[in-house]
Design a protein around this ligand. Structure first.
Ligand SMILES: [Zn+2]
Length: 511
């Protein structure tokens, strides 16, 4: 009712007491003030990942209101008398805007337009994308993204009042950074992690190109309300996919690679596991310790069952120099991506800093080694691609403000060095398949089939908690996806991370 009264009374004022000197006001333009927007950040399919919102706001310019109109707005509790000292009043409350929308048509003192809020509540890949100018893609490509084509323009008059009818919408805002992210896979991964992962990270790569199809970290944060997350002790702003963690048994792939490449063992060599092994005064137990050890076991099955004893014995045979050399060949200990400023390199120690007794730890991925989930994904990508290094990447295309394509990943060769031979890559793939067929990773399979391949890891932190790892690919015969999973203090690889791989693959192959 109030609205109706306001409208009627305003209308009356307009008709009876016209006209406003609108044309005169227009001639008073002193300077156009341009409201600029940043370039967008899109998925590989051109879907805006920011959930950018357009929100109605109203400007009231007291200088263009008649006294009657001012009184009406005060009566209607839309503004207070004091507000009229300002050149204009910005209104954002939806209820007030509903009323003002009805008055807008008949009063030049009221201007309503859509204001852009860059980040919405449903924004995806928030850790990867980061915050404008501060982190992630937003920081790395700030120079491009802030070139700002003027998307919307409002002209203000000489005393700073927005001029009615001066808003022009310009381009379609389809310029900016296009990521390799697949929005459907990203969304699915985020939903799964919201249900199942308190702390941790998941990376999904295209198994052929190394394109990052999804990258997610938990706990999550919302850019829109970033101030609520800054002091959270669980550090939700950290992109855990790019942070270093003790790898545990996923590191056995490095030791196995070194042993095969240096021809120091082969998959059929038979070892003996009594359940424990002594290295320089330290005793290391195998997971089979309580059952009296694995006994006679081939190297193939030692990887499949993740036997610590065999890998420590193998590590002693290979030696610290070669273990570290192959870790570095796989890119462990150095940043994987060019695109994310906050990525950490992790730690692969100098062999000179390692003593004989450290060999036991290193051989099973414990001790001084720390690597990131993206590095682990890259290592698996190399194995899947027959030992040929491929550098993962996350930017597909960049279009500048003038609509010119200034970067296109089709013209970049992401291949790096050969890390291991195809023959040995095939052998490692055989063991990764065995791990899922009958070894420590059987829970990585989808219900009713066995097409997964991969390696579990359970990294001991010395306080009775463990990081759970799984890194694998699917399907084993025609790999489409490489997935790296880290659950920070999240249990064990076989019981927690491997089943998550199964769930992820089930969901993303089911669109
Ligand atoms: Zn064993």
């Amino acid at each position: 009712m109030l609205v109706l009264i306001l409208v009627l009374r305003l209308f009356f004022i307009q008709i009876v007491e016209r006209p406003y000197l609108y044309e005169k006001a227009l001639s008073q333009w002193m300077r156009p003030e341009l409201k600029s927007t940043r370039g967008g950040i899109f998925s590989r399919n051109g879907v805006l990942l920011l959930d950018t919102e357009r929100k109605k706001v109203a400007f009231i310019s007291p200088g263009w209101l008649k006294d009657d109109e001012k009184n009406l707005l005060i009566e209607g509790e839309i503004i207070k008398a004091d507000d009229f000292k300002q050149p204009f009043i910005k209104i954002t409350e939806p209820q007030k805007i509903n009323i003002l929308e009805k008055l807008e048509k008949i009063s030049p003192g009221i201007v309503i337009y859509n204001e852009i809020e860059r980040y919405g509540e449903e924004a995806l890949a928030t850790h990867l994308i980061g915050l404008a100018g501060k982190s992630g893609i937003e920081k790395k490509y700030d120079a491009i993204l802030s070139q700002s084509k003027k998307n919307e323009e409002i002209f203000f008059d000489g005393i700073g009042q927005p001029i009615k009818g001066s808003i022009r919408e310009k381009d379609k805002n389809n310029w900016g950074v296009y990521l390799t992210i697949d929005e459907k896979i990203q969304k699915k991964i985020e939903e799964i992690m919201d249900e199942e992962v308190k702390k941790g990270a998941v990376v999904v790569l295209d198994a052929k190109t190394g394109e990052i199809l999804a990258m997610a970290s938990r706990p999550n944060f919302k850019q829109k309300f970033v101030e609520n997350f800054l002091n959270d002790p669980d550090s939700p702003l950290l992109n855990r996919a790019l942070m270093p963690y003790i790898p545990g048994s996923v590191f056995k792939l490095v030791v196995l690679s070194a042993a095969l490449e240096e021809k120091l063992s082969d998959l059929n060599e038979v070892f003996n596991c009594p359940g424990f092994i002594k290295v320089g005064g330290n005793i290391f137990k195998c997971t089979s310790y309580k059952n009296g050890g694995h006994g006679q076991i081939t190297l193939r099955d030692a990887l499949a069952y993740s036997c610590n004893v065999v890998f420590i014995e193998l590590g002693r045979r290979v030696g610290k120099e070669k273990i570290i050399e192959y870790a570095k060949k796989y890119g462990l200990g150095e940043k994987v991506l060019d695109e994310i400023p906050e990525e950490k390199p992790g730690n692969v120690p100098d062999p000179k800093s390692l003593y004989y007794q450290d060999l036991g730890n290193i051989s099973i991925g414990q001790g001084k080694i720390q690597i990131t989930p993206i590095q682990v994904a890259k290592m698996m990508l190399t194995i899947v691609n027959d030992g040929q290094e491929i550098n993962p990447h996350v930017v597909k295309k960049i279009i500048n403000k003038d609509g010119e394509v200034v970067f296109d990943d089709r013209f970049v060769d992401y291949r790096g060095n050969r890390v291991i031979s195809k023959e040995n890559a095939d052998k490692i793939k055989e063991t990764l398949r065995a791990a899922c067929l009958y070894g420590s990773a059987v829970k990585a399979n989808l219900p009713g089939e066995s097409k997964s391949a991969g390696k579990t890891g359970t990294a001991e932190l010395g306080d009775n908690t463990t990081h759970a790892w799984f890194v694998g690919y699917y399907p084993y015969d025609q790999p489409e996806y490489v997935v790296s999973i880290l659950l920070e203090r999240g249990g064990s690889g076989p019981s927690n991370a491997a089943p998550l791989f199964s769930k992820i693959i089930r969901e993303i192959t089911n669109f």
